[in-house]
Design a protein around this ligand. Sequence first.
Ligand code: CA
Length: 398
Amino acid sequence: MTTKSWVSIPLDSPFPLQNLPYGAFRLPSGEVHLGVAIGEEILDLSALESAGVLASNYFGEPTLNRFLAAGRQIWSSTRQRLRQLLVDEPPRPEFLVRQSEVQLLLPVQVGDYTDFYSSREHATNVGTMLRGPENALMPNWLYLPVAYHGRASSVVVSGTDIHRPIGQSRPENSSEPIFGPSKSLDFELEMGAIVGVGNPLGQPIPIDRAEEHLFGLVLVNDWSARDIQAWEYQPLGPFLAKNFATSISPWVVPLEALEPFRCPGPKQDPQPLPYLRQQGNTTFDIHLEVRLNDTVICRSNFRHLYWSLRQQVAHHTSNGCPLRPGDLLASGTISGPTPDSYGCLLELTWRGTKPLTLADGQLRRFLENGDRVTMTAWCQGEGFRLGFGEVTGVVVGS
Ligand code: CA
């Protein structure tokens, strides 16, 4: 099998031929096109389709939603066709656009955004801080993938500035709340599944069909205001502490590209109820890293998550709730077992009691104005890395 493309791909590129992630971009002319990333280029699918080189009808759109709704067979045959174009057929440089010359946009129109809470380590750490180690996990946690419904309107693409939210909180040692800029702004390292084909109202998706409904994964930073969260979250869960901004990476890596990186998830004890039982390699080995300004402050892995993607989908739809193409199902903060693998500042600094020292000597408990948070993710292949690119954002004053 030939594995070399006519597109020149730097050895350290996150976007080798094995990847082919999908995204949306604005050309200097102002037109919005869809494409796949390859090396430092984008193969322009909108242009290929309108020239008749791609015999499809999905890419004359500003988002991937129409393609997402087409289903697994179409995703797979399109991927094969793109590989043909990039490897077997004569070079078509006229259909390449340099990534550095375009503006990357949100790849999908997110209809609904659900945020899970699927890391046992994260839930245990946060629960320990809030309720003590004996009551760290709530009694339901080991039986169902806990989640809340987020807000699709504030999902933004990587690179968007994050305004420090203003809100209500109650300072420690005070009985009265105050209203003002959050003093404990945080990030949350997450990944998000993009729903492809949905399900009709009233028809649950069984666990062994769940992955057929997912198109691919993106990186997610679920920005969080801890002081607002602590005051508002009971009894109905997060609200304004979360819905001011959620950043996602611009490239959607198809699940098909992740197949070689399948691995088992953590052992589940107690055994889940029958509708959540699963077997085999239920998750993916995806390395994760968070940088605060110039300092790497977290190294984690997607495989640490206790609840798998398929369990999240099966549970979400178990009551007949319909998922729709373009819905975003975020994983929840992905913390690992060691303190350097905790996926948010709340845990990394243990609620501000153990500040981090950055490379330039500055201390951090929570984010300050001007701070840049950058998350990256990759799967390690033999001689290549299959990357997700980055999700990054700078905090600006409110
Ligand atoms: Ca979250």
